[in-house]
Design a protein around this ligand. Structure first.
Ligand SMILES: Cc1cc2nc3c(=O)[nH]c(=O)nc-3n(C[C@H](O)[C@H](O)[C@H](O)COP(=O)(O)O)c2cc1C
Length: 132
């Protein structure tokens, strides 16, 4: 894993996994997810997944995510996450709904081009949400 300034980068082959209950409370996280988050596993389990929400993420992105998974669809998208000390990392996430109402997120590295594209797009989305 590299750290350049405040940005962290996943290794090419890294997969970050977390599982929530039906309300978005974290019930499982793999070692790679825990490590990049800078939290301990104990600090993450039982918390709302928005514990790692980055303020640059538009609200509408998460609205679309929840609408999709609540009706049983798989959601895929780019997410900028915040670490405990205020650093950030981008991922391409796939969230799968389970029959028991739980959700599983599997994340892989986003490319430099994707990160640039979504930094700009999410900035526009924040503007239209009235946030700078
Ligand atoms: C399985 C699963 C994984 C999630 N992963 C993230 C994540 O990595 N980062 C994030 O900010 N929100 C993630 N969310 C969405 C959060 O639950 C939450 O909706 C989001 O952080 C926005 O916070 P808010 O709903 O309080 O506005 C995930 C949700 C689910 C169900």
């Amino acid at each position: 894993m590299q750290i350049l300034g405040d940005e962290k980068f996943l290794d090419d082959t890294s997969i970050l996994v977390s599982e929530t209950d039906s309300k978005g409370i974290i019930v499982y996280a793999d070692d790679a997810f825990v490590k990049i988050s800078e939290y301990s596993l104990e600090e993450l389990i039982g918390q709302q997944h928005n514990i790692i929400r980055h303020p640059d993420m538009p609200k509408s992105a998460f609205k679309a995510l929840w609408e999709a998974i609540k009706k049983g669809d798989v959601w895929q998208g780019f997410v900028k996450n915040r670490t405990k000390t205020g650093k950030f990392y981008w991922v391409y996430a796939t969230i799968y709904p389970f029959g028991d109402g739980h959700y599983l997120s599997v994340r892989k590295k986003a490319t430099k081009e994707e990160i640039e594209k979504y930094e700009a797009l999410y900035k526009e989305m924040r503007k239209s949400e009235g946030r700078i």
